[in-house]
Design a protein around this ligand. Structure first.
Ligand code: ADP
Ligand code: NA
Length: 330
């Protein structure tokens, strides 16, 4: 039987992924390429919805791809490409935007959040229609299993609604994508504010551990992480969110269970845990950084690899779009 098809994308909006991106998303991509027919996309068209600089966008797209390869995406096992190199995404997005209600799009909470940040009047129409482009990303590949975090549930719901609506209006064309719930999706919190998620838009850089930063810097941030009252190292996200976050990161990177860690640190203090976690992070990121650098040191080879990925993607996206065009009367 054919493997289930999956699609996921990540924006090249920072110079490095942070641990939240890796542990909450990208790590699962690496696993999914073994069980699924996986399409992974650096979504540079999504990345221009809130303003950008051309040169840094180009560099960030390459850096994003290099990091994805460095953590284990294998172009022999998955299809890795950059969104703007597959014009079908924008083409299908237009059709889908014409079957999306204005009010329906207006109910997307992520737009409300982000547009509030930028100021409603100054937000782009692209930021508003972002979830429609996201639906096109998914539907073009007939993906049936889409990994989603909490923050993306509503967008996947829209993708499902649009697939069903198009199929009803014009005839069966798109697979209706189902959420793929990943077990142990680690939600990583900000080191300086353990009640908020670690995010590139966080107010303090001290709260974020970046994959590509000097591990000595990461270790320092971890040593300064806000921890909780009490001294005992226990896992309890309600009463000890800070320590629990450190344990979550440790557990995922060192591939040791939380219970094992709690036992190992019985009678020890926060300082010991933080010092060791700094070391665990260093051991994890050092080879990732070396591999990332190797890809970035040969941009011609990296671009070639991404062009081959785009070609593989178009071999699926092209026929889907042609069917959709024919169905709508183009
Ligand atoms: P950011 O919040 O830094 O802007 P993105 O929204 O670009 O990150 O997220 C890219 C991917 O990483 C998404 O799949 C998202 O769910 C995941 N992700 C981001 N931050 C975290 C986090 N703190 N914990 C777990 N997953 C996260
Ligand atoms: Na986000």
């Amino acid at each position: 039987p054919a493997r289930p098809r999956t699609f996921s994308g990540i924006q090249p909006t920072a110079d490095s992924f942070h641990l939240g991106n890796y542990l909450g998303a990208v790590r699962h991509w690496v696993a999914l390429q073994e069980t699924h027919d996986a399409f992974y996309c650096v979504v540079d068209q999504h990345a221009i919805t809130a303003g950008h600089d051309a040169a840094s966008l180009r560099q960030r797209s390459r850096t994003a791809a290099a990091q994805l390869l460095a953590v284990g995406l294998d172009p022999e096992r998955c299809t890795l490409f950059v969104q703007s190199q597959v014009p079908e995404h924008a083409q299908l997005a237009w059709i889908l935007s014409c079957i999306t209600g204005f009010g329906e799009a207006g109910r997307m909470v992520q737009f409300k959040d982000k547009s509030q940040k930028h100021g409603n009047e100054r937000s782009s129409v692209g930021l508003f229609t972002y979830p429609i482009l996201q639906a096109a990303d998914i539907l073009l590949y007939q993906a049936n299993a889409v990994p989603v975090g909490e923050d993306q549930r509503q967008h996947l719901e829209l993708s499902r609604d649009l697939a069903q609506r198009f199929n009803t209006m014009f005839g069966a064309t798109f697979t209706v994508p189902a959420p793929h719930i990943v077990k142990d999706t680690a939600k990583i919190t900000d080191l300086q504010d353990p009640t908020a998620k670690m995010s590139k838009s966080s107010s303090s850089p001290a709260g974020i551990v970046n994959l590509l930063e000097d591990p000595a810097r990461s270790a320092k941030k971890i040593r300064s992480a806000v921890t909780d009252t009490g001294r005992e190292i226990v896992f309890d996200t309600e009463t000890k969110p800070g320590v629990s976050n450190l344990l979550t990161i440790y557990s995922a990177l060192a591939e040791r269970s939380i219970d094992d860690l709690v036992n190992a640190y019985a009678g020890k203090g926060y300082g010991d845990l933080k010092k060791d976690l700094g070391e665990v992070v260093r051991e994890f990121v050092t080879p990732v950084q070396e591999r990332t650098r190797a890809y970035l040191d040969d941009p011609a080879q990296l671009d070639k690899l991404l062009a081959a990925g785009a070609e593989k993607a178009r071999a699926v996206a092209g026929p889907t779009l042609r069917t959709a065009y024919e169905r709508v009367g183009f």
